[in-house]
Design a protein around this ligand. Structure first.
Ligand code: NAP
Ligand code: MG
Length: 494
């Protein structure tokens, strides 16, 4: 058994369980990244109108990986024109079964190249390879397969209605699940006969550019998918373009509200997937060890960069001490470090800015008088890292309970009755997800009915499936993605 003191000094040997893991790095030797990536417009890679590029870095090393084009309104205009022409002349006229064949082809190519995609996702975004390999990329392929299946069955999806596409969709995505968010948006849009212009996040554009290669390899007709990289103003230019029929946005509530204001009165359709502050509710009758594992998965998975993360824990008072003790023990075993190491549980924080935001909340928590507990693991010297963190002794009104932190930080509260748990769970501006842990089916039904959130897991957490709709209540957004409901934003029904 390694002593705690020794463990603190040595990164690899610090586990209170006494288990030492040899490094198990996933090789990135066969990954080829271009020095720089242009926009993908009308089936070709096109230089940016202003000739400017910016670097995307590896957050685990803070070193640049490649340069990508900095899009402006002229690039967006070019992409929208290509999307419009492809919509009018090719994609909306194509037999639905043919559209489906393209999507099946894209799904299969992603499966064939899945390891490459997983490595690039981890390099560019900082998430552990175990997650990009076992969660993100398989789900990307699954979303293309699932929606491919709908392409020629839309009349069954919406029986007795006449189903038409919406037109050109502008799609803006965040950095926490880069390729998965692209798949959530592109696959249903294309299945329903729309064409798209996608704007990836500034810090994680690389898998989207690799997806552009897949679109070429699949012989997708030019202009059906266009990808313009850039920053927030590139996204804003897409929102403001007069010839876009629909905006699909996933990101922060702040930007989502701004987009909603800009779209008011334009007649454009929109769906918004925004922030969250979900509570995991643990009742005394729950299987405690299983619940602790679910809590850990709920908040430390993907560094807490998850909109539906279980960032609050509501635990019944009689088991609070036990749950917190077990949680701390489990946190001590979590490995923070190299995202490409298969043993890593918590990878790099996505960017310096995001780490600063998380650190600001750690300070706010301390100033609000809550107790801050962090695991004792060491973290690498370069790059952006945050140890798994607990806030205890918090009040419902604390900012760390009300506001989304988007990092591996969990706020713990207690409750006595079912109604108190429900009231506390609902007492935030958000309503994206939630979790309930109990042995009693009746309690599950009561709690899931009364919590105002789009997704609620019972005795599990963070499980995703392309057949399940996903989306928020309140300030967590409008509209659903995934499942049959996820087709609705992309069709006009008469
Ligand atoms: P963000 O700052 O809102 O950015 C999201 C996307 O919008 C990025 O591509 C961003 O470009 C772009 N953007 C920024 N300002 C814009 C503007 N004025 N107009 C149009 N586009 C603009 O969010 P983020 O920090 O990347 O992502 C984290 C947030 O996303 C969290 O709040 C999280 O909860 C939420 N999220 C929600 C879901 C969901 O399904 N509900 C899923 C994942 C994430 P840049 O990258 O250049 O800033
Ligand atoms: Mg990056």
């Amino acid at each position: 058994m390694t002593s705690k003191k020794q463990g603190k000094e040595s990164r690899k040997l610090d586990f209170s369980t006494g288990w030492d893991y040899a490094p198990a790095p996933q090789s990135s030797a066969d990954i080829t990244l271009a020095k720089r990536y242009k926009h993908f417009i009308n089936g070709k890679f096109v230089a940016p109108a202003n000739g400017k590029y910016f670097s995307t870095i590896n957050p685990a090393t803070a070193r640049p990986l490649a340069k990508v084009a900095a899009g402006n309104a002229r690039d967006i205009d070019k992409a929208v024109k290509a999307a419009r022409a492809a919509y009018r002349n090719v994609w909306s006229k194509m037999a639905p079964a043919e559209r489906g064949k393209y999507l099946f082809r894209v799904a299969r190519i992603i499966q064939e190249r899945s390891r490459e995609f997983a490595v690039i996702e981890s390099l560019d975004g900082g998430k552990p390879i175990r997650e990009s390999r076992d969660v993100d990329i398989p789900l990307v392929a699954a979303h293309f397969f699932y929606n491919a299946g709908w392409a020629d069955k839309l009349n069954y999806a919406f029986p007795t209605r006449s189903v038409k596409p919406v037109g050109v969709a502008g799609q803006i995505i965040p950095w926490n699940f880069p390729l998965l968010m692209a798949a959530w948006k592109i696959a249903p849009a294309l299945a329903c006969g729309n064409t798209v212009v996608l704007k990836p996040a500034e810090t994680t554009p690389l898998t989207a550019m690799k997806l552009a290669e897949v679109m070429q390899d699949a012989d997708l007709p030019p202009g059906v998918v266009n990808i313009v990289t850039g920053a927030g103003d590139t996204g804003a230019a897409l929102v403001q373009h007069p010839d876009v029929d629909k905006i699909a946005f996933t990101g922060s509530t702040q930007v989502g509200k701004q987009i909603q204001r800009q779209l008011a009165g334009t007649g454009k359709r929109y769906s918004l997937e925004l922030g969250g502050k979900a509570a995991n509710i643990v009742f005394a009758d729950a299987a405690i060890d299983q619940a602790v594992e679910g809590i850990v998965n709920g908040i430390f998975f993907n560094q807490g960069h998850v909109c539906c993360a279980g960032s609050r824990l509501l635990v019944q008072e009689s088991v609070a001490e036990e749950v917190i003790r077990k949680l701390k023990d489990r946190m001590e075993t979590l490995i923070v470090g190299d995202p490409l190491d298969k043993n890593t549980d918590i990878g790099a924080i996505n960017s310096k800015e995001q780490l600063e935001r998380i650190n600001a909340y750690l300070k706010i928590g301390a100033e609000e008088g809550v107790q801050v507990y962090q695991s004792s693991c060491a973290v690498p010297d370069t790059g952006f890292w945050c140890r798994p963190t607990l806030f205890t002794g918090v009040a419902q009104s604390n900012r760390v309970v009300q506001e989304e932190i988007f990092g591996p930080v969990l706020a713990v509260q207690t409750f006595r009755t079912v109604n108190e748990a429900i009231a506390k769970s609902n007492n935030t501006p958000y309503g994206l997800s939630g979790g309930v842990w109990t042995d009693k089916g009746a309690k599950i039904f009561k709690v899931t009915r009364d919590i105002r959130a789009g997704v609620i897991w019972a005795n599990t957490f963070n499980k995703f499936d392309p057949t399940s709709p996903f989306g928020g209540y309140k300030e967590s957004g409008i509209g659903r993605e995934g499942g049959l409901h996820g087709l609705e934003p992309y069709v006009t029904l008469n």
